[in-house]
Structure formats: C-alpha cells, structure tokens
Write a protein that binds this ligand. Structure first.
Ligand code: NAD
Length: 410
C-alpha cells in the first residue's frame, strides 16, 4: 500500500464531487488533526539497545474520540498510517458509531522480537503517546500483528500514568475487560453485509460459492459463518499458498490443518492453488481478507465472482475498482464490509464505561442491527446518485462528518 494516501484521496475526491462539497470543507476533512512520531528505545534480550519508530495519527474527531488500530509491521510509515487513519474516520461514520478516525503503529517485524522485547516496546510506545490517548480522546485497538495480549499491556501501561481506565483501548482479552463476540466480529460483518447484498438480488447464501483469500481472524470467521448460512467455500489461501475444492472445503478440518501446520498449504481435502487463482477463479463471492492492493487491474479483468466483500483494508486498487465496475462486479467496500470489528470495539468501550458485560447474543444482535442500517444507507445512496457502493459509502460517511464539522464551527 505504498500509495495508500493517494488511493484514499481518490475515493474521497470522487465522493466529494457527488456531494458537491466546498473546497474549504474538503481540505478541512482530509487534513489530519495530529500526527505524532515517537522514538522507542528498549533494552534487547542480548543487552544491546533497539531503536524503533512509532506513530499515532489522529485524523478527525468531529463525531467522537479518535478510534483505530495499531499495526506492528516493518512497512509501517507515516504515509500508510495517515491513510489508514483517514479510512477509520469514514468507517466509523458509515456504521454511525460515535467515534472519529485514528491509526498507529510501530515500524518493526514483531516476529524478530521475543515476548519480553515486544512487551517492553509496547510499554515504551505507550509512554510516548499516553498524553494524547484516553477513553474520551483516542482509543487504539488491534490491527495487523497486534493482539489482545498487546492491548492488555497498553491498558496496564496507560494505568501507570492515568489510573484504571479499561476504555482506553479495545480488543482486550475477554478476561480483562474485552467483549464477547469481538473475535468473530469482522468476519461476521463480512457475512452480514454480503447476505444483505444477496438478498437484494433475490438470493441467499444457500449454494453460493465463496473463495476466501487470507485465512486468519477475518477470513476464517467469514468462511465459517458464511458456511453456516449454507455457502460452499470453494477456495481458501494464506501466506503459505491456496487450496481449492469446487464441491466445498471442510472448513473445520482446514482450520485444524492450518493450526497444526501454520497454514492451509498441504491440506488433503482439496487441490493446491495460488493466491491469485483464489481471487480470480470460479466462484460467486470473493472475500479478500489478507493484504491491501491484491486486486490489481490484471486480477480484476480475470475475476469470475459477481461480488467482492472487502474483509481486508484497501484490497482493491483504484484502477482495478474501475474495471470491476465496468464488468458489473460489485465491491462491498472495506469501510462497510469490515466495519464489524470497530462496531464491536464500540460495544466493548460502552461495556467498559458501564462496567457491565453484555452476553454474546446481545453483541451479535446489536452488531447485525448496526451493519444492516449502514448497508441500507449505502445501498440507498448508491441508488439515489447512481453510483457504485464504494463511492456511496464515502458519500454517506463524508456527509455525516461534514455535517458534524459544520455544526461544531471553527
Ligand atoms: P491475521 O493476521 O489474523 O490474518 C491475516 C491472513 O493473511 C493470514 O492467514 C496470513 O497468512 C494471510 N497473509 C499474509 N500475507 C499474505 C500474502 N502475502 N498472501 C496471502 N495471504 C497472506 O489478520 P486479520 O486480523 O485477519 O486481518 C486481515 C485483514 O483484515 C487486514 O487487512 C486487516 O487490516 C483487516 N481488518 C481486520 C480487522 C480485525 O478485526 N481483525 C478489522 C478490520 C480490517
């Protein structure tokens, strides 16, 4: 996602034209509120000093505290974090949760750190950003290569500075103020929004053939929940490779295989295939749930599916998006399809503030309500303005943020 910011600006600009938004407001909305870069020095296990750079970008808080994940990855840089922070502003607005958008991360390959080093780095990072985060200010969450354990360390280190405030971070372990249902939430959101689209076409998941790229948290939950609704999962892939079975993969067996061997490669219940073929091969629905930028113009030209459900952030390049539209392939955009995670993060924050745990059934019922309402708003905007779902989602989001911004005044 090297041109991530450029891609977001393009999608943003297209929607602003539909809305006929003034240039002043456009500039105000796209400009990030605050960008913080911190140096994190830690003692490595071998006695040397490790120096890492961390970022927190707060994009917009017109509708509520900044909200967005923390990514630990060697390619994390100011450009990527800023683009992802902006996407969070539109995502929280589409699903109408009372948050703005933020994002952060550390430029590091966490696989090269021991658990102790990872903990020291996380705590050092919190020491650097604690003054600008907080339950009413900015609430981080997990993203690529960060997990509930890391969120627990963040909560603990923030408490060292400001006292007990579990609502400072979401995606925490269920035993430490986390929410039931958070784990499955993003995959569940993919299922809910895809089902809403199928319903509009007079169809259902029964017999629908689905291919999933990325078999981690989002992809495996999406596959499992779509299969429960009657879908046939014909292909799945991850960093190790892919597997296809046009009669349907046994998802439970595939998950057990991936857990035991570290990936889907070598699974006996299908034939080996590639990540590219999973995206472009025969199926009705494709769920990209791994990296950004995987749906290239070449893949878009070959794609056989009728629907793309963007589990990953930014999986479709703008040029590829145009090709999909020309070919009549619908994309449910990331800011809607994968918003289930931030929606349940909102529920976690509410539970932390209320100091009251919801049952999982309540979490899932509320999640379905929020996502169907968001889907409906996007679908209506798409029909009203005769635009694709991505532009429509940006239109809905920008309209909401612009309205809050205008009401707040300068
Ligand atoms: P994860 O780490 O659990 O899983 C990622 C999967 O992608 C793994 O199966 C991995 O093997 C696969 N992968 C990595 N590199 C790959 C490559 N080069 N080719 C093919 N597959 C590859 O991560 P996740 O939480 O499932 O997140 C997946 C995507 O969804 C990311 O883009 C993330 O930003 C986005 N997302 C996640 C959430 C959430 O709640 N977890 C919410 C919104 C968006």
């Amino acid at each position: 996602m090297s041109n991530a910011m450029e891609d977001v600006r393009r999608f943003f600009g297209t929607a602003c034209k539909v809305l006929n938004l003034s240039q002043d407001l456009q500039t105000q909305l796209i400009t990030p509120h605050r960008e913080l870069r911190v140096e994190c020095n830690i003692r490595m296990d071998n006695g040397s000093v490790g120096t890492f750079v961390g970022y927190r970008v707060q994009h917009d808080n017109a509708r509520g505290p900044f909200k967005g994940g923390l990514r630990y990855h060697p390619e994390v840089d100011a450009n990527e974090v800023t683009a992802l922070a902006s996407l969070m502003t539109w995502k929280t607005a589409v699903v109408d949760v009372p948050f703005g958008g933020g994002k952060g991360g550390i430029s590091v390959d966490p696989k090269k750190l021991s658990a102790h080093e990872l903990q020291r780095l996380t705590r050092k990072f919190v020491d650097g950003i604690h003054d600008i985060i907080g339950p009413k200010v900015d609430i981080p969450a997990p993203d690529m290569n960060t997990n509930p354990q890391i969120m627990a360390w963040i909560m603990d280190q923030y408490a060292a500075h400001h006292g007990f405030e579990p609502g400072v971070v979401t995606g925490k372990p269920v035993d430490l103020f986390g929410s039931l249902g958070r784990d499955a939430a993003t995959g569940r959101g993919c299922m809910i929004t895809a089902e809403a689209w199928l319903k509009e076409q007079g169809k259902s998941f029964a017999g629908t053939k689905v291919a999933v790229q990325g078999f981690g948290n989002v992809g495996s939950w999406a596959a499992r929940l779509m299969r429960e609704k009657g879908a046939i999962i014909v292909a799945a892939s991850d960093v190790t490779g892919g597997v296809r079975n046009n009669d349907g993969l046994d998802i439970d067996a595939l998950m057990a295989h991936a857990r035991a061997t570290g990936g889907v490669k070598g699974f006996g219940g299908g034939t080996a295939t590639t990540n590219e073929e999973v995206l472009s091969g025969p199926c009705d629905v494709v769920v990209p749930a791994a990296l950004g930028g995987v749906i290239t113009p070449a893949i878009a030209k070959e794609m056989q599916a009728k629907l793309v459900v963007e589990g990953a952030n930014g999986p479709t390049l703008p040029e590829a998006d145009t090709i999909l539209q020309q070919r009549g392939i619908t994309a449910i955009p990331d800011i809607l399809a994968n918003a289930g995670g931030v929606t349940v993060s909102y529920f976690e924050w509410v539970q932390n503030i209320q100091q009251f745990r919801w049952e999982e059934e309540r979490v899932n019922t509320e999640l379905t309500k929020y996502l169907l309402k968001a889907y409906d708003a996007v679908s209506k905007a798409s029909k009203k303005h005769q635009i694709d779902m991505r532009t429509a989602a940006f239109v809905v989001a920008i309209e909401r943020v612009a309205s809050a911004t205008a009401m707040r005044g300068l």
